[in-house]
Each structure stands twice: as C-alpha cells, then as structure tokens.
Ligand binder design. Structure first.
Ligand SMILES: [Fe+2]
Length: 190
C-alpha cells in the first residue's frame, strides 16, 4: 500500500536539509544491476550514502517513524540522498521491505515525480498505474517490491534531490514485523 504525506518536516527543518544536500555533499555516480556494467543505460544518478552521515540518517528515520507510524529496525546503509537528471525511465524494484522516498528539492511538476506500475496477471508486462507528482517535503512510503521509476521530464536538465530510506526491517503500528531476507531476496512478515 502506498502512503503519502505532504508535510514531512517542519518548514525550518526542511530549509536546513535543502541547504545541506545542495551544498556539495560528496555524491558518487551509481548504476543499476549490481553496478557490473557502467554506461549511460545503467547509470542511475548521483548518490550520497547515509552511512557517511549518521546524524542525518537519524533525523530522517525518526521523522519517517513519526509520519508513517512505524518503527524502523534496520535500514540498508546504502540508503541515501540522490541527485538526478530525469532523462530515462528505469522501472525497477528495490532489495528492501519498504521504501521511504522523501522529495527534498526540485521543480514542482507532475513530470518530475515517481510512477508506479501494476503487474498484469498473465504476462510480465507492467502497466503504468499511479503517478505521484514532485513536491518538496512530500514523502512516499511503499513496499519495495512494487515496480516504480522516477518519471522522465521533457524539460532539459531538470534536476531533483530526493532521499530514499531502504527499510530492511520495520514494525508497523500493530506490531507486525516486515523483514527483507537478503539471502532469499524476499519479504517475510512475522
Ligand atoms: Fe527505487
């Protein structure tokens, strides 16, 4: 189930975070598919990994817990801030139990958002289903096995800053635990 909140941080806190992520964090180029092939097709964007900034990771996790009424037990240390140009549509799933996607800064536009796909019952093909427009301070919580992609924009050099927390284990408001088994690459619910 997808959940959206439009007021993730208080205004002042958001401003601080926007300034921080745009002030030259050491972003590193990232690629899809376990990073084996590095070319334009597999290029994902630039990421600053939260393992380099525990304080920021804590602020983001605590706020996600508050806003989505969950308890975060373990996150992928490679969760991070992404800085991307939106030129290619790359539908994918992520190796985690759930994603918390926070839109930090960028032009407000439908074409700058995130799209979700529905799997057709009888084939591998997926249909475009839900489209969430970009809005700074909007956060989206969704199961990582839902196929999704950053939308492509016809505007050249449109850039956006987002943060994704990949939750490897979390507990929902009813005490149910969701756990991503990294060996079996599947989600377990206890
Ligand atoms: Fe993703």
């Amino acid at each position: 189930m997808i959940q959206i909140v439009d007021d993730f941080f208080e205004k002042e806190e958001l401003k601080k975070i926007q300034g921080y992520v745009k002030k030259g964090l050491p972003y590193i180029p990232r690629y899809f598919g376990k990073e084996l092939v590095r070319n334009k097709e597999t290029y994902y964007g630039m990421r600053f990994s939260l393992k380099h900034d525990k304080d920021l990771a804590d602020i983001l996790c605590r706020q996600a817990e508050k806003k989505f009424n969950i308890k975060i037990d373990v996150i992928d240390p490679d969760s991070g801030i992404d800085m991307r140009n939106l030129d290619t549509l790359k539908p994918h799933t992520d190796p985690a139990a759930a994603n918390v996607l926070l839109m930090i800064d960028g032009p407000v536009a439908v074409t700058n958002g995130t799209v979700f796909y529905t799997k057709r019952k009888d084939e591998d093909m997926k249909d475009l289903d839900i489209h969430i427009g970009f809005q700074p301070n909007r956060a989206v919580f969704f199961p990582s096995n839902m196929t999704h992609a950053a939308n492509v924009s016809p505007v050249k050099d449109m850039r956006r800053y987002t943060c994704t927390l990949f939750l490897w284990q979390y507990t929902d408001q009813w005490g149910k635990k969701y756990y991503y088994d990294r060996d079996k690459e599947c989600l377990t619910i206890k």
